[in-house]
Design a protein around this ligand. Sequence first.
Ligand SMILES: NC(=O)c1ccc[n+]([C@@H]2O[C@H](COP(=O)([O-])OP(=O)(O)OC[C@H]3O[C@@H](n4cnc5c(N)ncnc54)[C@H](OP(=O)(O)O)[C@@H]3O)[C@@H](O)[C@H]2O)c1
Length: 240
Amino acid sequence: MILTRVFPEPGEPIDTDEGEARELLSGLYEPGAARWVRLNLITSVDGSAVGSDGTSESLSNRADRKILGVIRRHSQVVLVGASSVRAEGYQLPRTVPLAVVTSSGDLAGHRISPTLDPGRLIVLCPASAESTVRESLGELTARVVTVPDTDARLDATAIIDTLASLGFDRIVCEGGPALAAQLLDAGLVHELCLSTSPRIGGGSMRMLGDRAIAEKPLALHQLVVDDAGGVYARWFLGQR
Ligand SMILES: NC(=O)c1ccc[n+]([C@@H]2O[C@H](COP(=O)([O-])OP(=O)(O)OC[C@H]3O[C@@H](n4cnc5c(N)ncnc54)[C@H](OP(=O)(O)O)[C@@H]3O)[C@@H](O)[C@H]2O)c1
């Protein structure tokens, strides 16, 4: 597939199948600062976070996955909500650890392949859920990090601060809508990387879930399009 930057200045087309594509795209996705929290989400044109199969996988394409890989490489950790891990075929990213947030601790249904490196999978949970995490992971090893909670819910700021205390300053949260909305509402997000899939209808989960979020202005930092109608925006937010 061909990706072309159209804003702020038109760029040379990038063929995602060419060896140099990753390096060229990497230059388009440099984080804005050493401490940088990104959301990387995909939506249909009518704002659904899922396609007709009930996951975001059916909204994605090769160009979107290429950009996702580039954003992961610029990050020190990938952060996701437990429902996404249960719903989608989440695997450990090739380059960075995966941090999963859970209140219940019940990660049964995950499809993460067993790994020998316990540092690759990190689970953030309230102390009350630690044993459930270990039971539901079965043979999968993980670094379980307990975070202070209120009625088993972790504060969004505490989630990001805990990751920072583990040495992760460049974080990409890949959803789902519930977790992304909390980070956004708490003013913790520096950038929204938003892919728009060229389709309408088919899914019915709002991109940021049902939570009302305080209005925030966005600045368009970059716009890239693919040759199948996919649109890839980098939106910058004010910082905390
Ligand atoms: N369009 C996209 O870019 C995109 C990306 C990812 C996922 N998705 C789709 O989105 C859906 C899942 O999203 P979702 O919004 O329902 O869920 P989610 O954000 O993936 O996960 C929600 C779960 O994460 C845990 N969690 C979230 N905030 C927490 C907090 N403050 N403290 C403790 N635990 C917390 C809880 O886990 P427990 O339930 O274990 O307590 C909660 O039920 C799936 O259908 C998936 O396919 C779309």
